[in-house]
Design a protein around this ligand. Structure first.
Ligand code: AKG
Ligand code: FE2
Length: 247
């Protein structure tokens, strides 16, 4: 097990194993079905188009959809039953326990159950990815989480459909040790963080070469950013945070 102190002195993230192919196939089908169900319920007139489109081709039909309003966080959250199914099927959770000891999946927004959600990023749409940030900034300005509780949290991200190194996530190695400056501002009706650190232009963000189902677990103070990719496939990924029992 990796003690919190060891995690703090390391690069700020750890990459999980590649899951078996059968698990990846199940995961991709599970998320694609969820995407189809949510989108069809919002756009019943498009049901045939949606049924005939792969999730990674979403950008080819997204002109028919009001993307921003269709894909608020509510639409991207898994239900308690879906969370239970993910926990049962994915080997990621065993890797996390072996690495971080016992934990619970955090309920950051106070939903009353473990919070796991997914994200859909179209190619050639830089607005689909957020600016570089550390999740601790959100926990502080958006969620008002006390600092001692933040120390127990580790963020977990993994691709479901992505092209390794071309789409996905990039991280600034060791940036969790930099005490980066940020402020809070109102965006989309909620307080959100914004990096103000003068060192920002010199900080290198390196794309991670993760394959579908392979996770990165990262420090809450690590600077990272979704890749605004230029390929021809929409990217789909899953995120959640764990709260460690022992640190
Ligand atoms: O997937 C993305 O584009 C951003 C992910 C992120 O910021 C996170 O998982 O904390
Ligand atoms: Fe983040």
């Amino acid at each position: 097990m990796l003690a919190a102190t060891e995690f703090n002195v390391g690069p700020g993230y750890i990459i999980g194993p590649t899951p078996p192919e059968s698990e990846v196939a199940w995961l991709q089908d599970f998320v694609q079905r969820k995407w189809r169900n949510v989108l069809t319920s919002k756009y019943p007139a498009l049901s045939d188009t949606i049924a005939g489109t792969s999730i990674f081709d979403y950008h080819k039909i997204s002109h028919l959809i009001d993307h921003a309003s269709a894909w608020g966080k509510d639409a991207r959250l898994f239900t308690p039953a879906e969370v239970a199914e993910l926990c049962e099927r994915l080997t990621i959770f065993g890797f996390l326990e072996a690495t971080f000891g016992t934990y619970e999946i955090a309920d950051i927004e106070g939903l009353g159950y473990p919070e796991i959600y997914w994200r859909l990023v179209r190619p050639k749409q830089p607005g689909d990815v957020a600016g570089a940030h550390a999740d601790a900034w959100f926990y502080t300005v958006t969620n008002h989480m006390p600092p001692d509780e933040q120390q127990r949290i580790v963020k977990v991200w993994f691709p479901v459909f992505s092209e390794p190194g071309l789409s996905g996530i990039s991280v600034a190695v060791d940036s969790h040790k930099m005490n980066l400056a940020y402020t809070g501002e109102m965006r989309h009706g909620r307080m959100k963080p914004l990096m103000t650190d003068p060192r920002a232009p010199d900080i290198k963000l390196s794309p991670l070469q993760l394959t579908p189902g392979q996770c990165v677990a990262f420090h809450v103070d690590l600077l990272h950013q979704g890749i605004g990719h230029m390929t021809d496939r929409s990217r789909v990924s899953i995120e959640f945070a764990i709260r460690r029992t022992h640190i």
